[in-house]
Design a binder for this molecule. Structure first.
Ligand code: NAD
Length: 495
């Protein structure tokens, strides 16, 4: 956000409006904020800066749309048709959307593009949930024979969906998909660091036939728009993805009307390499589990636990792999490591690196200067591999959200599990072994929402994703996720 303005193009900077009640509108105050390309400081757009009064307007529109029988009582197949049309539109416009993510937050274009199948699968999966997961059940009771009991699922109401910046297109789909599938309505708040993909998706929501007011998008900052959503009495549920600190604030802010909460928060995920693993396969995955998207991934495998006999060799191989990665502007198809999203985040990561230097840890990769002139204009950080830390150090305990991998040796299965679980987080974990027994025992022993064995970071819409411990509350993905968008009503009928 704080890069100098270097608007190389002669075209005027686009001005982006918010979507409220089916209209593209300026903020009531008329204010805008600027968004930049973190690779080169280019001023990409001026975006309407929403405030509480814009949130009030959007929540009122979402409430009207929710109360409108045309939406609330729409047949499941009608909502399914909207989601399927949306998937087709996403497919048609995917290249443009992938480029927007790359421009706005620096993600390498090969990485943005690689999400296409997954995101289409998501929307088509949500479409299937509209017809399979929205019904209640007949319940066998032990009362008088004439009392018939059943449940119905009713959409929870107006959802406030608050998104982070690290994967804007994916987040937009993950937030809006279950809303459309369940019959809720939403006020979506993209991150102030990367709002462009969400706004473009807003146009596609309209084109797909989403009725006015069902999806509203209010752009702006967390302390104004996000906070106004969190304590708004007209919002029934918050679906939040972001940092633990903000998640905790949301719990506090949403207590007034006891909002339902789905929280997808941070991680410090262990990636465990046993000596019997296929090391050739494990090296690149162990590296990219941490360095993909410059480490700006919630489930990044940022603690690498390696069995002692192979520790030195494995760490060196991961470091060599890290050094081989091409750093640059995300739009270049050769780029594997793009810039960090903002100056603030860049400085935060540097603080962790400096602390590692102060503690005399061993830097196996990452310390070479970034001399290339093309890298001087953006917030680039080399993939960094650190040895010699123990699990009690801040660098091993706090989420860095940058390309910094900390390696630690272990001597036994029990010790590996102890280190893996010695964290406040519990989002993801990786295990590499050829032993079926070690694989299953690890999967049971690790306290995290997802365990990947001999792979990492693969995701499928049918498989739940979320956190144990401080990594969150609830799950996204999976067939039961829609339950978080419904109230369940029980009916007793005396025949
Ligand atoms: P953040 O918490 O700073 O911001 C997230 C969103 O919350 C932004 O839209 C921001 O404007 C808003 N916000 C900030 N303060 C607020 C407040 N007081 N009230 C309401 N809203 C507020 O997080 P970030 O830096 O954008 O994202 C990085 C974090 O997100 C990391 O911790 C990462 O692990 C996490 N994350 C988690 C997942 C997951 O699925 N578990 C996925 C992606 C990112």
């Amino acid at each position: 956000m704080s890069l100098p303005v270097q608007n190389a193009s002669v075209a005027p900077v686009p001005r982006k409006r918010m979507l409220i009640d089916g209209e593209w509108v300026e903020a009531a105050s008329g204010r805008v904020f600027e968004t930049y390309n973190p690779a080169n400081g280019e001023h990409l757009a001026d975006i309407a800066e929403g405030q509480k009064e814009d949130v009030d307007r959007a929540v009122a529109a979402a409430r009207r749309a929710f109360e409108n029988p045309l939406w609330r009582r729409a047949r499941p197949t009608e909502r399914q048709a909207i989601l399927l049309r949306l998937a087709d539109l996403l497919e048609e416009n995917f290249e443009e959307l992938a480029r927007l993510d790359t421009l706005d937050m620096g993600m390498p274009i090969t990485f943005s593009r690689s999400r296409k199948t997954r995101l289409l699968n998501f929307l088509r999966y949500y479409a299937s949930l509209t017809v399979t997961q929205t019904g209640g059940e007949t319940v066998q009771n032990s009362l008088a024979a004439d009392i018939f009991t059943y449940t119905v699922k009713e959409p929870v109401g107006v959802v406030g969906a608050i998104m982070p910046w690290n994967s804007p297109l994916t987040q937009t789909i993950m937030k809006v998909g279950p809303v459309l599938a369940s019959g809720c309505t939403v006020v979506l708040k993209p991150s102030e660091e990367a709002s462009l993909a969400a706004l473009r998706m807003g146009e596609l929501f309209e084109k797909a036939g989403v009725p006015a007011g069902v999806v509203n998008i209010v752009t702006g900052f967390g302390k104004s728009v996000g906070a106004a959503l969190a304590d708004h009495p007209g919002v029934d549920k918050i679906s939040f993805t972001g940092s633990n600190a903000t998640g905790q604030r949301l719990i506090e802010a949403s207590k007034g009307n006891l909002k339902r909460l789905t929280l997808e928060l941070g991680g410090k995920s262990p990636h465990i390499i046993f000596a019997d693993a296929d090391l050739d396969a494990a090296v690149p995955v162990a590296a990219m589990a941490c360095f993909s998207n410059s480490g700006q991934i919630c489930s990044a495998g940022s603690r690498l636990l390696v069995e002692r006999p192979i520790y030195d060799e494995f760490m060196q191989r991961v470091a060599d792999y890290a050094k081989s990665l091409t750093i640059g502007d995300g739009l270049d198809p050769a780029t594997q490591i793009g810039p960090i999203v903002s100056r603030t985040q860049f400085e935060r990561i540097q603080t962790f690196i400096r602390r590692g230097l102060d503690e005399h840890l061993t830097f196996l990769a990452g310390m070479d200067p970034l001399d290339e002139p093309s890298l001087k204009t953006g917030h680039f950080i080399r993939p960094t591999v650190i040895a010699g830390a123990d699990n009690s150090m801040k660098i091993s305990r706090e989420e860095i959200f940058g390309p910094v991998l900390v390696g630690m040796p272990f001597d036994s299965f029990d010790q590996a599990m102890q280190i893996a679980n010695d964290t406040d987080f519990g989002l993801g974990a990786g295990v590499w072994t050829r032993s079926v027994s070690t694989a299953h025992q690890s999967a049971r022993a690790i306290r995290s929402g997802t365990v990947w064995i001999n792979t990492y970071a693969v995701l499928d819409p049918a498989v739940p994703f979320g956190g144990f411990k401080t990594s969150g509350i609830g799950r996204e993905q999976g067939r039961h996720q829609l339950d978080a968008y419904f109230e369940e009503k029980s009916v007793y009928l005396n025949l």
